[in-house]
Design a protein around this ligand. Structure first.
Ligand SMILES: Cc1cc2nc3c(=O)[nH]c(=O)nc-3n(C[C@H](O)[C@H](O)[C@H](O)COP(=O)(O)OP(=O)(O)OC[C@H]3O[C@@H](n4cnc5c(N)ncnc54)[C@H](O)[C@@H]3O)c2cc1C
Ligand code: SF4
Length: 329
C-alpha cells in the first residue's frame, strides 16, 4: 500500500474541505472496500478522509412520515432498527444478507452505496480496462460469468455491487449529497449511471469532492414489499441475482409496482415489463410467474452468463411471492 495522509474529519463540511487536494483524496467509511482496493494497488490515494466521526450515524423520522438514514449508519444498525424493519421490510431483508457479521458491523450505508465494482479484471492491478483508464473491456472475450445480463451495450459490463442500492431505488429513496457548491438531493434511481466512454470511470453522479450524507425514504404508504436473493452459497459473497419489489395495493389488486433487479446490470435495474405485468392484477403466484417472465424478456446475457437469466427470473418471482406473504419453496 502506498503511503497516504490521514484526515479525521469531525463534520460533513470538514469532509468536503479535506477532499480538496492537488492529489487524490477519498472518503473512508467502514473501509471494507476502500482498504482492500488500496492493498491491491487498485487505488493509491494521497489522502484519505475518515467520515465515520463526521457523518450522521442515526435513523430519524421525517415530517412526511418517512425515514432519514445517515450515511455513517452501520449496516448492522440499519438491520436492527425497528422502524426500518416495520416500514421497509425489504430493506431490512437486504441488510442482513450483506457479507458476514464482521462486515455488517464495520460497513456503512454510504460506503455500501459507493463501493466500487467487483469485476475480477477491475480488482486485478494487471488488467487496465476501461474502468481504470484503459481502452478495452477484458470481460467481453474473457471470464464473464458474474457480469451483466441487462444494459450490456458497454463499454463496461459490470454489475453494480451494492445490495442496499436496489431496495433504496425500489422504495423511491432520495440521496442527499454535499459538495463544495452546497447540497442537493437526487432520486436513488438517478444516482447510478450507465457506463459510457465519458462516464465509465465512475458508477454514479457524484462529482469530485462530493459525498453522500443521507438517504431519505418516503412514507411507505399502502405498499407490500418483498426481497429475494439467489446466491452461490448461503454464508457470504455477493448475490448472483436479486430483486426488490414494492407493490402499491388497490384493494386486493396491485395498483402499481416497482420492480428493481440487482447483480444483473451496471445499475440497479428497474424492470418496466415486469411492472406492467403486475399492474391491475391480483397478488398471487400466477401473477408472480407472469411478471418474472416479463422481467427477463429483454435480457441479453454475455457468452458465459446465460444461467443468470433463470436466476433473475426466480428472484423476481420469489420477491413477489414474499410480498404476497406466500411460501417461496
Ligand atoms: C466477502 C464479502 C462479501 C460481501 N457481500 C456483499 C453483499 O452481499 N452485498 C453488498 O452490498 N456488499 C457486499 N460486500 C461489500 C461490503 O458490503 C462493502 O465493501 C461495504 O458495504 C462498504 O462499506 P464501507 O463503509 O466499508 O465503505 P468503504 O470501504 O469505507 O468505502 C467504499 C467506497 O465508498 C466511498 N465512500 C464511503 N463513504 C462515502 C460517502 N459517504 N460518500 C461518498 N463516498 C463514500 C469510499 O471512498 C470508497 O470508495 C461484501 C464484502 C466482502 C468482503
Ligand atoms: S466489465 Fe468493466 S470493470 Fe470489468 S473488465 Fe470490463 S470495463 Fe473493466
Amino acid at each position: 500500500m502506498k503511503a497516504f495522509a490521514y484526515v479525521n474529519a469531525t463534520n460533513e463540511r470538514e469532509v468536503v474541505a479535506a477532499l480538496k487536494t492537488d492529489g487524490i483524496a477519498l472518503p473512508l467509511a467502514g473501509g471494507q472496500d476502500l482498504l482492500a482496493r488500496m492493498k491491491d494497488y487498485i487505488d493509491s490515494p494521497d489522502r484519505i478522509v475518515n467520515v465515520k466521526n463526521a457523518l450522521d450515524t442515526t435513523v430519524t423520522s421525517t415530517p412526511e412520515g418517512g425515514l432519514k438514514i445517515g450515511a455513517a449508519v452501520k449496516i448492522i444498525d440499519l438491520y436492527e432498527n425497528q422502524q426500518v424493519a416495520r416500514m421497509y421490510p425489504a430493506l431490512n431483508a437486504a441488510a442482513i444478507e450483506i457479507g458476514t457479521p464482521q462486515i455488517r458491523h464495520q460497513a456503512t450505508v454510504g460506503g455500501n452505496i459507493n463501493q466500487r465494482p467487483r469485476c475480477w479484471y477491475y480488482r486485478n492491478e494487471e488488467f487496465v480496462c476501461y474502468k481504470k483508464g484503459g481502452s478495452r473491456c477484458f470481460a467481453v472475450d474473457g471470464e464473464n460469468q458474474y457480469h451483466a445480463i441487462f444494459g450490456n451495450d458497454g463499454p463496461s459490463h459490470i454489475v453494480h455491487p451494492s445490495s442496499l442500492a436496489v431496495p433504496f431505488a425500489a422504495y423511491g429513496a432520495r440521496f442527499r449529497v454535499l459538495g463544495p457548491k452546497g447540497d442537493r438531493e437526487i432520486a436513488a434511481s438517478d444516482f447510478f449511471t450507465m457506463p459510457t466512454l465519458a462516464s465509465v470511470l465512475k458508477e454514479n453522479v457524484l462529482e469530485d469532492e462530493e459525498i453522500l450524507t443521507h438517504v431519505i425514504l418516503p412514507a411507505p404508504g399502502n405498499v407490500r414489499s418483498g426481497h429475494y436473493e439467489v446466491r452461490y452459497k448461503a454464508s457470504h459473497d455477493w448475490p448472483l441475482a436479486f430483486t426488490t419489489v414494492v407493490l402499491t395495493m388497490n384493494g386486493n389488486r396491485i395498483g402499481s409496482a416497482r420492480v428493481v433487479l440487482g447483480a444483473v446490470a451496471p445499475v440497479p435495474w428497474r424492470s418496466k415489463p415486469a411492472e406492467a405485468a403486475l399492474a391491475g392484477k391480483p397478488l398471487n403466484e400466477d401473477t408472480a410467474m407472469l411478471a418474472a417472465e416479463a422481467a427477463v424478456s429483454e435480457a441479453k446475457p454475455m457468452s458465459g452468463n446465460a444461467y443468470k437469466v433463470q436466476m433473475a427470473k426466480t428472484a423476481v418471482k420469489r420477491a413477489i411471492m414474499r410480498a404476497a406473504g406466500l411460501k417461496t419453496v
